[in-house]
Design a protein around this ligand. Structure first.
Ligand code: ADP
Ligand code: MG
Length: 360
């Protein structure tokens, strides 16, 4: 049984945040901090403060998940928090290519870590890595590696779990190639932002890696899915004074983040009987994260926070979300795709499941 790794990261005060407002956090030790003049105490798996290195976050939160994913155990890494709290900085860094080594974010480190581990295992298995990248905006799933594709449908397959129908999956053989495709995806995301006149903080972005492993000795093919998600901002619409379409966007984001919260609540409510309905279908986000939330994935959540008292209520809601997620229990297992000997899928899979059942 594995638990979700939940960490908080407080970024430095921004130039817009008034120093006179004061800071809302005081660290006690590596896991515990007090919040808002000692009103609340939080204990998470690890707390990172303004001087924390990007590498420290990768080592603690992501590296164990990458290692497992190379061994065919699914993994999910999510950044959560209000707009401007440091989600994208943590995920990408100032840029995913050609940025200062120490500023590099989780995504390039994950890619490099994954290929490092693959290259040290090539004598026991042959690996195939495929990459997809999608954005969820206004409950539509856009393929960021091919903008000509329409709304991508989500389906479920008994052996492979949640799948995105027809999504572009590019094979990548090393980290340079992977990072190039990710840059293309990010450039496409920026094009969409301009075309739709929206900000990237109003959409969720998911980076999906499938790592297939053809074992030399065991004659088996296994595959792990590794998903990184940079979520849209979690702030409430009323504070931002949004109106018109921006308000509609904010409502859609709030709905999908509430759906995520509701799924987590249902999973952690204690009554984990089969009758307990888990509302994965309430949003595209929860559908895409169904495997991760439902237990067949290791999961890490980075709660990104402003340290300023002026953002304390958003930070409190981010931390409460994280505390709730800490109680999700998972039993991820290595996924066998097919027997290399026969090249057939396991016999328990029906034709329907092989094609993947379209659920919406
Ligand atoms: P979000 O994605 O949550 O909306 P960003 O990651 O874009 O927020 O961060 C907002 C701003 O704060 C950016 O200018 C970013 O460079 C800066 N920032 C965020 N976290 C850090 C950090 N840990 N160290 C330095 N600058 C940061
Ligand atoms: Mg962002």
């Amino acid at each position: 049984m594995s638990k979700v790794t939940v960490c908080a990261r407080f970024r430095p005060l921004s130039s817009k945040e008034n120093k006179d407002d004061g800071v809302c956090v005081r660290g006690i030790d590596a896991e515990t901090f007090v919040f808002q003049d000692d009103e609340f105490t939080f204990t998470l798996d690890r707390v990172f403060y303004q001087d924390s290195a990007q590498s420290a976050i990768f080592d603690f939160l992501a590296l164990p998940i990458v290692t497992d994913a190379v061994n065919a155990i699914n993994g999910t890494i999510i950044t959560y928090g209000q707009t401007g709290a440091g989600k994208t900085y943590s995920m990408e860094g100032p840029g995913i290519q050609d940025c200062d080594e120490h500023k590099k974010g989780l995504l390039p480190r994950v890619v490099e870590g994954m290929f490092d581990q693959i290259s040290s295992s090539i004598d026991i298995a042959r690996y195939t890595v495929k990459l997809s990248m999608v954005e969820i905006y206004m409950e539509k799933v856009r393929d960021l590696l091919d903008l000509s594709k329409g709304n991508i449908q989500i389906k479920e397959n008994k052996t492979q779990g949640i799948l995105l129908t027809g999504v572009t999956e590019v094979p990548v053989s090393d980290s340079t190639e992977a990072l190039q495709h990710l840059c293309t995806g990010l450039a496409n995301r920026a094009v969409g932002e301009t075309q739709m006149n929206m900000s990237s903080s109003r959409s969720h972005c998911a980076y999906l890696f499938t790592i297939q492993q053809d074992s030399v000795n065991e004659k088996r093919v296994k595959a792990g899915k590794l998903i990184l998600v940079d979520l849209a901002g979690s702030e409430k619409a009323d504070k931002t004074g949004a109106e018109g379409r921006v308000l509609e966007e904010a409502k859609t984001i709030n709905k999908s983040l509430s759906a995520l919260g509701n799924v987590i609540n249902a999973l952690t409510s204690g009554s984990s009987s089969k009758a307990n309905h888990i509302p994965y279908r309430d949003s595209k986000l929860t559908r895409i994260l169904q495997d991760a939330l439902g237990g067949n994935s290791r999961m890490a959540l980075l709660c990104c926070c402003s340290p300023s008292n002026s953002n304390a209520s958003e930070t409190l809601s981010t931390l409460r979300f994280g505390m709730r997620a800490k109680h999700i229990k998972a039993s991820p297992r290595a996924s066998e795709v097919k027997s290399a000997k026969t090249q057939e899928e396991p016999s328990s899979v029906t034709e329907d499941e092989k094609c993947g059942r379209i659920l919406e």
